[in-house]
Design a protein around this ligand. Structure first.
Ligand SMILES: C[S@@+](CC[C@H](N)C(=O)[O-])C[C@H]1O[C@@H](n2cnc3c(N)ncnc32)[C@H](O)[C@@H]1O
Length: 309
């Protein structure tokens, strides 16, 4: 366990703090509370302030809430088990007008490291991958229900794996013999599909397939699209609604399809004169951060500040 036992090291922490510039009394929404790494640092800077934590994962949310309360004992800390695609409703229900919103996408290291969650393949576990364990559809269901060509498209489009068709063929052959319900079974099939090409691959051959399935199981691209729409419409409504007129909004993404969505929304708002982009190019991790946390390798941080006219 790293980061004082939390199991997750927050990426680009200094860069996040610099770009959102939290100050005493700020009102913050952390839409992806995770293990509370970013949130506890922000909470310490705003104390006494107000911070609303959102996460689809009940366990992470409870952990983050306890950590943030300890970091900012004089602040109002609320925890909401929910999907950030509903951020506007959640904020309105809690009567919050945020001057900071952070979304740090994807999953946390502790989720990846728990075999029973099925996100990883280092240890065998059920092929699950649901962020919210109450949601009905798991990765095993996708592998069982999709046609071979739909599985190939999913692995190609969301995982950008050039051998997607070969992997889908292996999956289809194998599931006709026995259901694929464990992470080790799927990882073995992907390795077999790669064959000798696995030797040339820097990543484990199953990495992209697992990422693609996780994104699909949790409908992650649509959830991000909905979050960005909510942010844009709050900024466009002159009164701001649940986002205050001087709000800072920061999004950390780990996938090119996510970063493309964030960039398009932020550039669009900047072109309308509604926000300033804090950095024109996304901030990325330096070598020392990557050496300490390989997850940081693909992180991109984009931040906007609502324009005050
Ligand atoms: C990368 S982790 C966040 C880590 C956190 N910033 C920290 O420093 O500990 C992403 C978190 O977002 C949650 N998550 C992913 N998609 C979500 C969604 N649509 N709505 C709410 N939470 C989501 C995951 O369950 C996970 O806990």
């Amino acid at each position: 366990m790293s980061e004082s036992g939390s199991g997750h090291i927050p990426v680009l922490l200094d860069e996040v703090l610099q770009s959102i510039a939290p100050v005493r009394g700020d009102c913050v929404i952390d839409a992806t509370a995770g293990r509370g790494g970013h949130a506890s640092a922000i909470a310490a800077a705003i104390n006494p302030g107000r911070i609303l934590l959102v996460d689809r994962d009940q366990d992470n949310l409870a952990y983050a809430a306890a950590r943030v309360r300890a970091a900012a004992p004089d602040s109002q800390v609320e925890a909401v088990h929910g999907d950030f695609r509903n951020v506007a409703e959640i904020a309105v229900k809690h009567g919050i007008r945020a001057n900071i919103l952070l979304a740090d996408l994807g999953i946390s290291s502790n989720q990846l490291d728990q075999p029973e969650r099925g996100f990883g393949f280092q240890k065998d576990g059920p092929l699950d991958m649901r962020l919210d364990r109450a949601s009905p559809y798991s990765a095993a269901d996708i592998i069982r229900d999709l046609s071979e060509s739909d599985i190939a498209d999913l692995i190609f489009n969301l995982g950008e794996d050039p051998f997607a068709r070969l992997i889908a063929r292996k999956v289809a052959q194998s599931r006709s013999q026995a259901p694929i319900v464990t992470t080790a079974h799927l990882a073995r099939l992907v390795r077999e599909a790669y064959g000798s090409r696995a030797r040339d691959s820097r990543l484990h051959p199953a990495t992209r397939t697992f990422m693609a399935l996780r994104i699909a199981v949790n409908d992650e691209l649509k959830a991000l699209e909905d979050l960005l729409k909510s942010i844009a419409s709050a900024i466009r409504s002159k009164s701001g609604g649940w986002l205050s007129p001087e709000a800072r909004v920061a999004v950390i993404s780990f996938h090119s399809l996510e970063d493309r969505q964030v960039k398009r929304t932020f550039v669009g708002l900047a072109d309308e004169g509604l926000v300033h982009r804090v950095n024109r190019k996304p901030l990325i991790a330096g070598d020392s951060e990557i050496a300490n946390n390989s997850r940081a390798r693909s992180a991109k941080l984009r931040t906007v500040r609502v324009a005050t006219h």
